[in-house]
Design a protein around this ligand. Structure first.
Ligand code: NAP
Length: 359
């Protein structure tokens, strides 16, 4: 595989730092440019981040002296020096939309962790193991933007990655309704216990906008490409409650589901164990060998024990059993900042690279 030069837009933030860490030794992608707000521009990465470094491993040595550019003012310079960008910025939605479109219109593909374009109907929201075929909508998006190689692709919210992967291979049984309660880690709010001490020994039953995203986004991921647009699926009916819990990393979901044709418990477990998505078939560098992992132990999976399975890219499932109101219930876990954020975006970029979209 060819090597591609990339920029991280929002490099000083929590997701940006995770990108920097994960890309340090990436076999296909080399970070050659970093950008953030005007507050950071002109400083080296090390100076711009200062005491805000939140990762457990040190800042990559080779990025420390890269001079951070202004994501907006230096767009010409950035887009002319890289093959594509990762973007994770904390700005208003309309500003993010404008920024991402500006990069695409400068003929620079954008792999976005932001939510601003998740419901633009010609922008695919990719979970590489689930809907790689949505990439075909890019042709229509390029037509709208008037670009040859520039486009935007987004990844989904982190919460849905704890339960949608487990449901995906069961769709052939006709999932009619889903109830999912998510128990979400504090890193999903960009926080640690040091920066959010109120979360120690606490639970907050509200995460702004999360239930709407958790109910709506799966239907786009399960949608179909029709006339240059992604049309969201009509089923299943999904209802959620999203809670913030005192866990550093790892989003859990307690899931209930009913089917048109109810499969047996053994059938479901076998389907999970045998599931292979396109990243596994293509052997993408960030793809876990075993995407869905079912544990028989009744107290598994656990956030602390299983969130880092296969570099935090695998999904762990347990406690599948029949339910009195729905057909089945189970629990599942995914790492919210790895599979759920930067790792998922890197795997998405690998999919585009493997299909020649950055050439
Ligand atoms: N699952 C997911 O995909 C997922 C998970 C978590 C977060 N996110 C999204 O990722 C984005 C970043 O989250 P975060 O937690 O990393 O936020 P964060 O820690 O607050 O970092 C924000 C970043 O945005 C930059 N920024 C702020 N204003 C800017 C401007 N006007 N122009 C250019 N850059 C600007 C900041 O640069 P300075 O340091 O210069 O201010 C910083 O690099 C958000 O949109 C968030 O919703 C997605």
């Amino acid at each position: 595989m060819k090597n591609y030069n990339v920029a991280i837009i929002g490099a000083t933030g929590m997701v940006g730092q995770r990108f920097a860490t994960l890309l340090e030794n990436h076999p296909w992608f080399t970070v050659t440019a970093l950008a953030a707000s005007a507050r950071s521009a002109g400083k080296t990465y090390e100076e711009a981040v200062g005491n805000r470094w939140l990762m457990s491993t040190p800042m990559p040595e080779k990025m420390k002296n890269i001079v951070v550019q202004d994501a907006t003012a230096d767009i010409e310079n950035i887009t002319s020096s890289v093959d594509f960008v990762f973007c994770a910025v904390d700005m208003k939605k309309d500003e993010i939309k404008a920024l991402e479109e500006a990069y695409a219109k400068h003929e620079c593909p954008v792999m976005s962790n932001n939510s601003a374009n998740r419901f633009t109907d010609d922008v695919p929201m990719i979970v590489p193991e689930i809907n790689p075929e949505h990439i075909e909508v890019i042709a229509a998006q390029k037509k709208r933007l008037g670009t040859k190689r520039g486009f935007i692709s987004v990844k989904s919210n982190c919460s849905i990655q704890s339960y949608v992967p487990a449901l995906e291979p069961l769709r052939k049984f006709g999932i009619t309704k889903v109830l999912a309660c998510t128990y979400q880690a504090i890193s999903g709010a960009g926080k640690t216990f040091e920066t959010w001490p109120e979360m120690v020994d606490n639970l907050i039953p509200f995460i702004s906008g999360e239930e709407e995203k958790s109910e709506k986004e799966p239907l786009k991921v399960w949608g179909t490409v029709e006339d240059g647009k992604i049309v969201s699926a009509k089923a299943p009916l999904i209802t959620t409650q999203c809670l913030r819990v005192p866990v550093s990393d790892g989003h859990f979901a307690a899931v209930f589901a009913s089917f048109e044709n109810k499969p047996s418990k053994e059938e479901i477990i076998e389907i999970w164990r045998n599931y292979q998505g396109e990243p596994q078939k293509l052997g993408l560098p960030s793809a876990p060998k075993q995407f869905l992992n079912y544990f028989e132990e009744e107290n598994y999976p656990q956030a602390k024990l299983h969130r880092n399975l296969e570099g935090g890219m695998a999904v762990s499932i347990g406690r599948l059993r029949e339910d009195s109101q729905f057909d089945y219930k189970f629990v599942s876990l995914s790492h919210n900042t790895l599979r759920g954020a930067a790792g998922g975006a890197i795997e998405m970029a690998e999919l585009y690279a493997a299909k020649g979209y950055f050439d």
